[in-house]
Write a protein of this length. Structure first.
Length: 360
């Protein structure tokens, strides 16, 4: 995961020292050719503790026979206050790059990746074609317990029980068997089992779509480490799986010149391929779609995007939608979809905004 957001720091005499709290890490990196405009370097900072703050020192080796003067450094979240102890990387020499590093307590991977960009002062260099030295940073996060996702949407076949594996990341220095799983919401009372295979860890629960409480229900899965007190949760939104899927779940109508308009994607998820096996029919003609709000039909146009995927444009001047905008309500749309020989009734929701129309 790259650093989010960027801030520029000028090179100055007062930036020779960076304060630090909990740890110090060092790496040695050699600048390589890269492209004609950009030189690159890679630095591995090793294993760093989650949720703490420290000082990172990278010794940049310049193997070229010319100096690389630096005018500014661009960093990002997780790598703050970058500075050089001098304003250049000397020819055939070493410059010390240092910055504050704060390993996150949650991440989508156990390895954190970031980038620092050193802007070359082209007014002082003997090689004006070089504009940037890019330093790619990596480190492994130690002591982290988290789910990569905060919210997971789950489609479960109607009337069936389905095992669901929810991935998580643990870089704690103890066995996964010591972790505890708690379930709440519609999953309350369901036992969660920790499964580890091929280096990927997950919490496995069994969802019974035949139970009425799961239909449209919310469940929370919490993973806790009693020793450290660390815990993290993920929310599941559970839907019954149907032969077609309308996304997003909530359509956002926006004002256009012709009235209110929204865009959605319809996906055929049944096993049977309804899209023209014989080659003599337009795939769009095998799909019929209509939508209603409070019994009032909306204008629907359908365009085939790819096999089993269609783009839906919905337009209306319905007073019902106008009232929903005034009352800030979340209302239902009833869809009648005929895909090949299959007829499906689908429900979704809509909201109304006064901003400009946006297309998917």
């Amino acid at each position: 995961m790259m650093c989010l957001g960027e801030v520029d720091f000028a090179i100055g005499d007062d930036q020779g020292t960076v304060s630090h709290d909990d740890f110090r890490c060092e790496a040695v990196s050699v600048i390589t050719s890269g492209s004609s405009m950009m030189k690159t370097a890679v630095a591995d900072l090793g294993e760093l503790p989650a949720g703490q703050h420290g000082l990172a020192v990278v010794r940049l080796t310049n193997p070229f026979d010319f100096d690389i003067p630096i005018s500014s450094i661009t960093g990002g979240v997780g790598c703050k206050n970058p500075s050089l102890r001098s304003n250049e990387i000397p020819a055939l020499g070493v410059a010390v790059l240092q910055f504050q590093v704060s390993p996150p307590t949650r991440n989508r991977d156990s390895v954190f990746r970031a980038t620092l960009r050193l802007a070359v002062d082209r007014t002082k260099t003997g090689v004006p074609s070089i504009t940037t030295v890019r330093v790619a940073l990596t480190y492994r996060i130690k002591g982290m317990l988290c789910f990569p996702d905060r919210l997971i949407s789950v489609d479960v076949p109607d009337g069936e029980s389905m095992p669901l594996a929810i991935p998580f990341i643990s870089t704690l220095d103890r066995p996964l068997s010591q972790l505890q799983v708690k379930t709440s919401g519609v999953a309350e009372g369901i036992e969660g089992k920790i499964v580890a295979s091929d280096g990927a860890s997950s919490v496995q629960v069994v969802i019974d779509a035949g139970a009425a409480k799961f239909r449209g229900g919310h469940a929370t899965i919490t993973l806790a480490d009693p020793t450290s007190g660390l815990s993290d949760s993920v929310e599941l939104v559970i839907y019954r799986q149907q032969p077609v899927r309308i996304s997003p779940r909530t359509l956002h109508f926006r004002q256009s010149e012709s009235g209110l308009s929204a865009v959605a994607i319809l996906q055929i998820v049944s096993d049977d391929d309804q899209s023209n096996p014989g080659g003599d029919r337009d795939p769009v003609s095998s799909l019929f779609c209509e939508a209603f709000v409070d019994g009032q039909e909306l204008s629907v146009s359908t365009t085939r995007v790819s096999d089993k995927i269609y783009r839906i444009q919905v337009q209306t001047t319905s007073d019902a939608l106008e009232r929903a905008a005034d009352e800030n309500e979340l209302r239902q749309i009833q869809w009648n979809v005929i895909a090949g020989d299959e007829k499906v009734l689908v429900q979704s929701f809509f909201a109304v905004s006064r901003s400009a129309v946006s297309e998917l």
